[in-house]
Design a binder for this molecule. Sequence first.
Ligand code: CMP
Length: 140
Amino acid sequence: MAVERTLSIIKPDATRRNLTGKINAVFEDAGLRIVAQKRVQLTEAQAGAFYAVHKERPFYGELVSFMISGPVVLQVLEAENAVAKHRDVMGATNPKDAAPGTVRAEFAESIEANSVHGSDSLENAVNEIRFFFAETEIVG
Ligand code: CMP
């Protein structure tokens, strides 16, 4: 299986509740390595562009507002099969559907304030990592 990189975002509901370390412990226990990390306040333009794929969805405006409501932690995670591994440990988008022990089951407040984002394919991971990180900021 190939070593992959995936984009991870710890969202404002989680940074507000001081959960960055607890969430990253779940990722690291699953074998994901944090090879880049920065805590930032996204601008409306950045959040809007990052979620442009959802532009026509009814929740787009609220999603962008939520993502700029406080700091986020942007991360690159590396492991064999990182994209699927990360999605497994995050759990389903809606915490009501998330399996016990997953980050969203443990920590998410709602489908919108769902604590974490992860790339949904290797192709999107490459693009999402490039959106936030220069290659020189990623140290494996
Ligand atoms: P994320 O993995 O960051 O990708 C898109 C986000 O949109 C998703 O997590 C949720 O936070 C949000 N989202 C998806 N569906 C809904 C919905 N029905 N209502 C509000 N937010 C949603």
